[in-house]
Design a binder for this molecule. Sequence first.
Ligand SMILES: Nc1ncnc2c1ncn2[C@@H]1O[C@H](CO)[C@@H](O)[C@H]1OP(=O)(O)O
Ligand SMILES: [Mg+2]
Ligand SMILES: [Mg+2]
Length: 280
Amino acid sequence: MVDIWQNAMDHAVTIARRAGEVVREALHEDRKVMTKSSSVDLVTQTDQKVEQLIIQSVKEKFPTHRFIGEESVAAGEVCELTDSPTWIIDPIDGTTNFVHTFPFVAVSIGFSVNKQSEFGVVYSCLEDKMFTARRGRGAFCNDQPLSVSDQEDIKQSVIATEFGSSRDPEAVNNIFTSLRNIVSLPIHGVRGAGSAAINLCLVASGCVEAYYEIGIHVWDIAAGSLIVTEAGGILLDVEGGPVDLMSRRILAANNTTIADRLIREIQSFSPPRDDEEVTQ
Ligand SMILES: Nc1ncnc2c1ncn2[C@@H]1O[C@H](CO)[C@@H](O)[C@H]1OP(=O)(O)O
Ligand SMILES: [Mg+2]
Ligand SMILES: [Mg+2]
């Protein structure tokens, strides 16, 4: 059967690889660091350059498609997901890592039609790992099929999460309450790559049983979330309802047993939605 989005997916892989080369080269240059929502929410000229590179090249090939890009939204574009084919781009996921040369930095490209994810591409550019998923056709890393862990015992699990970029005392308190609860279950360990996209790929690869975070944005998780489900994992809201990629909250897990156990321990809170201005 002909896959009408195969061309677009092939292009996403090509452009993610090219973007990754730009990111790798920029690591050898001076990185001028600017801030966005807070003093720890970092952006560099490479983030902006890579996003433009991706958007321009997609526009040439697919002139009717729409975009949600992290740096375009930061520059004032609306974050609105319609039924149109939409590319959801995080040019550098893990900018803090990039700035500090901590070696987990990804280019993340998701693609949705009728608000449904069709494909996701996450290129972990310092590891040279190309993670891909096409809806209904599985998830792969460098063309090798991925599957989630089959662990059902939370006490035998490793869980990924992040401290995020909010330093609001209440948010920090909630994050630490959840962490204390989960570490004390006890579990084998907590990890965080510093990139939401790579954390999702770690779930898909079976390296961690689950990843949860409150405060991420749609561009952090659009691609990686499909990679998780195509690797056999599940996505939920941190309170257990259906996942909503605009809600700034995600729980990705290998199975419902692990997810349900974590939901009982996570102290949830609700940052402003990504599409808040649109829905108001
Ligand atoms: N100081 C910070 N520490 C960790 N993550 C941060 C952060 N500032 C922004 N983030 C973003 O939050 C996500 C999850 O923590 C990361 O993938 C990262 O995406 P970014 O690098 O594209 O901004
Ligand atoms: Mg990001
Ligand atoms: Mg980014």
